[in-house]
Design a protein around this ligand. Structure first.
Ligand code: FAD
Ligand code: NAD
Length: 475
């Protein structure tokens, strides 16, 4: 194989591309990874949206703001009070940048250790699996791969008449770099990003208003669970307004004027900063030459089969570019599965058991089907739920908000779904993922010994409640 030929070339070094490239190299494939992202210092910053402007920096700010909020509001019951509490936003942002840099720098080391040919620059796919490489600091050249994996990720959607300048009108990138607490923080979209970033600035003192076009809050989970979460967010001061479709935003004199329609009437609001969080779209711009042979769907995603094969021979696509949830762990699993398929191994991804988590407080985690979906599909089911307020650990922690809900098939008892609103939901949703991946039943979860006292006992009790035999509540 010549210098410019590879077994596999990954275009895009987010959680999909980098995890796939590492796995391919582990399997002995001659691997190239091309990623265009650079840090503020001009150094390569692989890791994609997730590490640079997504999962990790947003969680860093969520954690900083959570500490600040808890000290202010939740510790007096513990006998803890603090005078003269303050937060230094510069320090908070610097900590976030350090976390990101540590992770992106760590990836570059991992690429070296795995002998991956890593190029910081752009890749573009042409016919016959040829990739034009444009390094950030050099001249263009062409390489060829036996296999190509497209992993270019996604970018934020925009809406007409709302121009993101990342000064006053922000997307996810600008929302992670706000230098001082805005007095009034507006958010378009009460989806995942809106709730997480709205929580950050609300906890730090912004009067935060979320304008959401649809009438139902979080339609991806059941109404009882969504109501529970919405009630908690309201208590925290988040002003979530449903049925409000934003039609325009105008920035002038350091303020943003937002126009929206509710029940057919025009309204306006003025904010100091406005976040646009109305979804994301696949980053296919400048990725595919006209002769690449790769087809897109009507929604602009790259068309793939269940194994991530595109319409072009030996070209694969993964992560946010393709169907399925836009989540980092889903992208990584696809990258790894594709690398294994290329190496001739049997690989499989089960999109039905991909868990979702919203890292608000309480956290919201779920997987599988909701009651609404089961009713629509005519599937007979039974449910069991259990509140954290009835767990010893929740009460001892002083954080007993929310509940676990489990859905199981009425006849076979096979687990069909789980939704959790509550503390650390992100951590113990994993137990239900494992059970569902093994086609487990609510009985299985009910018979597993759970450590006491833990929050995960609420999962155990919810499983017991499916057959009306929970111990610490009236069934
Ligand atoms: P990406 O991470 O987008 O990576 C693709 C990379 O390819 C990018 O660096 C891009 O610059 C590069 N690239 C694009 N085109 C080219 C090209 N032609 N040549 C070279 N390089 C190219 N998901 C979670 O699971 N948990 C979370 O907590 C979470 N939080 C999020 C918070 C925010 C604010 C946002 C915006 C997203 C969040 N996500 C979260 C979603 C998650 O970031 C994405 O699902 C995930 O990053 C997708 O991975 P990917 O590898 O497909 O693409
Ligand atoms: P989203 O799809 O979660 O929410 C967008 C919301 O904007 C929707 O509720 C939509 O109805 C609303 N909307 C659209 N147009 C509007 C308008 N004109 N006026 C008012 N509301 C409008 O999208 P997002 O929050 O931008 O996040 C994008 C994706 O990023 C997520 O779907 C998820 O895949 C990923 N993400 C994941 C996490 C996580 O896993 N914790 C965190 C952040 C982002």
């Amino acid at each position: 194989m010549s210098e410019n030929e590879f077994d596999v070339i990954f275009i895009g070094g987010g959680p999909g591309g980098y995890a796939g490239a590492i796995r391919a190299a582990q399997l002995g494939l001659k691997t190239m990874l091309i990623d265009d992202r650079q840090g503020d210092d001009g150094k390569p910053a692989p890791g994609g949206t997730c590490l640079n402007v997504g999962c990790i920096p947003s969680k860093a700010l969520l954690d900083s703001s959570k500490h600040f909020h808890h000290i202010q509001h939740d510790y007096t019951d513990h006998g803890i009070s603090v005078d003269g509490l303050s937060i230094d936003i510069d320090t908070m942002l610097e900590r976030k940048r350090k976390v990101v840099k540590q992770l992106t720098g760590g990836l570059v080391q991992l690429f070296k250790a795995n002998k991956i040919e890593f190029v910081n620059g752009r890749g573009k796919l042409f016919a016959d699996r040829q990739v034009e490489v444009t390094p950030n600091d050099g001249d263009k050249y062409t390489v060829t791969g036996q296999h190509i994996v497209l992993a270019a990720g996604s970018v934020a959607f925009s809406i007409p008449n709302v121009e993101v300048d990342n000064e006053l009108i922000l997307d996810n990138v600008g929302a992670l770099e706000i230098a001082q607490v805005p007095k009034r923080f507006g958010v378009i979209g009460a989806g995942v990003i809106g709730l997480e970033m709205g929580s950050v600035w609300s906890r730090l003192g912004s009067e935060t208003v979320l304008l959401e076009a649809v009438d139902d809050f979080l339609p991806v989970i059941d109404r009882d669970m969504a109501k529970l979460a919405q009630r908690e967010f309201k208590k925290q001061g988040l002003d979530i307004r449903m049925g409000c479709r934003v039609s325009a935003a105008e920035a002038s004199d350091g303020k943003v004027k937002v126009s929206y329609t509710k029940d057919g009437e025009e309204h306006q609001e003025v904010f100091d900063k406005l976040l646009v969080a109305v979804g994301r779209k696949p980053a296919t711009d400048q990725l595919l030459a006209d002769d690449s042979g790769v087809s897109l769907t009507e929604r602009g995603q790259i068309e793939v089969d269940g194994s991530c094969r595109t319409s072009a021979d030996q070209i694969w696509a993964i992560g946010d570019l393709v169907r399925g949830p836009m989540l980092a762990h889903k992208a990584s699993e696809e990258g790894i599965a594709v690398a294994e398929s290329i190496a001739g191994q049997a690989a499989h991804i089960n999109l039905d058991t991909v868990p979702w988590v919203i890292y608000t407080d309480p956290e919201i985690a779920w997987l599988g089907k909701t009651e609404t979906q089961l009713k629509e599909q005519g599937i007979e089911y039974k449910t069991g739920s259990f509140p954290f307020a009835a767990t010893g650990r929740g009460l001892a922690m002083g954080n007993a908000v929310g509940q676990v809900k489990i859905l199981a098939d009425a006849e076979s008892d096979e687990l069909l779904g789980c939704q959790i609103v509550g503390p650390s939901a992100s951590e113990f949703i994993g137990e239900v993922v494992v059970a569902m991946e093994f086609n487990g039943s609510s009985e299985d979860l009910a018979r597993i010994v759970h450590a006491h006292p833990t929050l995960s006992e609420a999962v155990h009790e919810a499983a017991l409640a499916v057959d009306k035999r929970a111990i610490h509540k009236v069934n």
